[in-house]
Design a protein around this ligand. Structure first.
Ligand code: ADP
Length: 462
């Protein structure tokens, strides 16, 4: 097992949590900056509104009323948080509210000059007073000829709100991070559990448990797809191993008989004094058995070669009706011996670009089987026809049929039905035929098989 920091669950959780922390911190920071800007805007709006009201008051009721209003506001408002001053354009203070909390209050001449130029402009700025803990927003505005109103408002309330918000956001952050990390850990584990199960299954299969499968259900995601694919792959591997084992069993079985016979012949020849003719016969029999084994090995190599495919160089245009007739001619004597009639329904315009020799052997293998397994005094029917894309050759016999449990195996190398073991053959004929059909882009199937006989169909693309 990998160490915790190297595990996928840990890394996913770390990624997930750090992304969330960065996102949450950035969001809260942006929110704080925005709220701060909004609150400052509010203060500015209030100051502007106030100056506009004083402008109106001056216009309608004159300077004395303005002074009274300044006194009134000074009394009703908190004098530590707000101040009002009436100035001339050269900075002389005409009137003001109580300025005891606004130590060091001054006026910059350039500001007054700027304000005097435009009677609609209101100038806003932030100023720090020694006697005030927080910044003060200050506004200047011309309310009459040569008459400037200067108002200041402390940002203490705003800063208090910001401080509370900061504490709330920090608390939210501190609480949210462990919760999110825990959720992230569970999500990561949920996904990784599937991968771990696949890993365990792979280890079990490696140690020889070929029937082991991954059991993940209801995940409906990539992990489930991976598990399904893994199971299919394991199934296929298991199937191939079983087939290989059976093939090796079959080869061993098929080699054992000729080898046992050769041994018996040799043993017999050595065990007693024999005549020249007897030794000659023993040597002939040994040769025959050896030829049979060589034939079997050659057939195996031929199947492998056919499976490798046919190159363009080896192909030519072939009239299949002719090819089938030629193949049947070779089997006429065997068929006659069994009193089997070969019947033909051949479409003579079926042409194919293929390898003559291998196609001929493919047809021969099927004909050989059909004649071998059909009952005596019956017929083998051969049909050749085509549609727009496929040429079909069907070969039907009237034999005992192939047992259902063997039907899916007959194309496997060295496979022979139990009932056929007494007959001559190596179990390679059909696998060779199928390999040839496939190397020409086609296939062979056992279309039907019953007690009344079997029909094999070869389909080849035109
Ligand atoms: P074999 O050399 O044994 O004929 P094949 O590969 O040609 O090998 O066939 C495999 C097995 O399929 C045979 O052993 C036989 O049991 C069965 N088989 C093939 N063709 C027929 C058929 N026409 N009727 C019945 N059984 C068949």
């Amino acid at each position: 097992m990998p160490k915790l920091p190297n595990t996928l669950s840990f890394r996913l959780t770390l990624w997930y949590s750090s992304s969330f922390v960065v996102f949450l911190a950035a969001s809260l920071l942006i929110l704080l900056v925005l709220i701060d800007a909004i609150l400052e805007d509010r203060i500015d709006e209030e100051l502007i509104e106030e100056i506009n009201e004083f402008r109106e008051l001056y216009k309608t009721e004159g300077i004395e009323r303005v002074k009274t209003e300044i006194d009134l506001e000074g009394k009703t408002g908190d004098i530590s948080e707000i101040f009002l001053r009436l100035l001339t354009s050269n900075g002389e203070q005409i009137h003001s509210s109580d300025l005891t909390h606004w130590e060091g209050i001054t006026t910059v001449q350039s500001i007054l000059e700027k304000i005097s130029e435009d009677e609609t402009e209101i100038l806003l700025l932030s100023v720090e007073f020694q006697s005030q803990e927080e910044e003060t927003r200050v506004a200047y505005g011309l309310i009459g000829p040569e008459l400037i109103l200067n108002i200041g408002e402390s940002t203490e309330d705003k800063e208090e709100i910001m401080e509370i918000l900061f504490i709330v956001f920090t608390a939210m952050f501190v609480i949210a991070v462990p919760i999110i990390a825990t959720i992230g850990w569970f999500i990561a584990r949920k996904n990784v559990v599937g991968i771990e199960e696949i890993n365990r299954a792979a280890i079990d299969i490696k140690s020889g448990q070929f029937n082991r499968r991954v059991s993940i259900e209801n995940q409906h995601d990539e992990i489930q797809t991976l598990a399904n694919t893994f199971n299919k792959m394991a199934e296929r591997i298991n199937q191939l191993i079983t087939e290989m084992r059976e093939m090796i069993d079959n080869i061993a079985h098929d080699l054992r008989s000729p080898l046992a016979r050769i041994r018996a012949i040799s043993e017999n020849a050595l065990s007693r004094e024999s005549s020249k003719e007897e030794y000659q016969s023993a040597a002939e029999n040994t040769l025959e058995e050896c030829d049979r084994m060589i034939q079997m090995v050659n057939n195996t190599l031929d199947v492998a070669e056919a499976e490798a495919g046919v190159t363009e160089r080896e192909k030519e245009e072939i009239n299949l009706a002719n090819l089938i007739e030629e193949a049947c001619e070779l089997f006429e004597p065997v068929a006659e011996e069994k009193n089997v009639v070969l019947t033909f329904t051949l479409n003579t315009s079926c042409y194919l670009n293929g390898n003559r020799q291998s196609l001929q052997r493919m047809a021969s293998n099927l004909l050989d089987n059909a004649i071998k397994y059909t009952k005596p005094n019956t017929s083998v029917d051969i049909k050749l026809d085509k549609d727009s894309n496929l040429i079909k050759i069907s070969i039907s016999d009237k034999g005992e049929g192939i047992p259902t449990q063997s039907q899916h195996r007959i194309f496997d190398r060295f496979y022979r039905c139990d009932s056929s073991r007494s007959k001559e053959g190596s179990g390679l004929g059909l696998s060779y035929a199928k390999a040839v059909a496939r190397s020409h882009g086609g296939d062979i199937i056992l279309e039907n098989s019953s007690k009344q006989g079997s029909t094999f169909v070869i389909s080849l693309p035109i």
